[in-house]
Design a protein around this ligand. Sequence first.
Ligand code: OFO
Length: 182
Amino acid sequence: MISDKMTRALNEQVNREMYSAYLYMAMSAHCSQEGLKGFANWFMVQYHEEMLHAMKFYEYIQRQGARVKLAAIKEPPAEFESPLDMFTKTLAHEQFITRSINDLMELAIAEKDHASQIFLEWYVTEQVEEEENDNDIIAQLKFIKDNPQGLMMLDRELAGRAANMPTDFSKGIESAMAASGA
Ligand code: OFO
């Protein structure tokens, strides 16, 4: 059982995760348009990760016998100045998500909601990885600056990011994860 307040907060997080997916989908589309196929791949993998994040919240709300309430997803930007601009915005967005996960954890602690605390721990760990990945790529992009060769090398490297992400959630998260080998 979870409180109405926690249910509302978790539903808001479903929306934030869906927006994250939408944002990275927009960045992937922009990269494809610019001929940066490796960057496009990286952001599309990120899109799938975000869908998984959203679906985990969705399933948790339902497993707690609470009601999922979906809201409109904000329109993401469509134009970006450069790969560095995209990753700077990605990091800023992930820092926002980290703060929202921390707020959820604070609420779970205040409500002595142990199940939600344990559930949210996965996201706390995940956000460290998300920010670390973005910081690593930002550092490389700052090093590359305007060097087209460096950018092409990084594009090839990012093309290698494999999804290993579930895309079919019809049988629940566990079975989706097992089927994808994630
Ligand atoms: Fe990118 O971690 Fe979810 O939103």
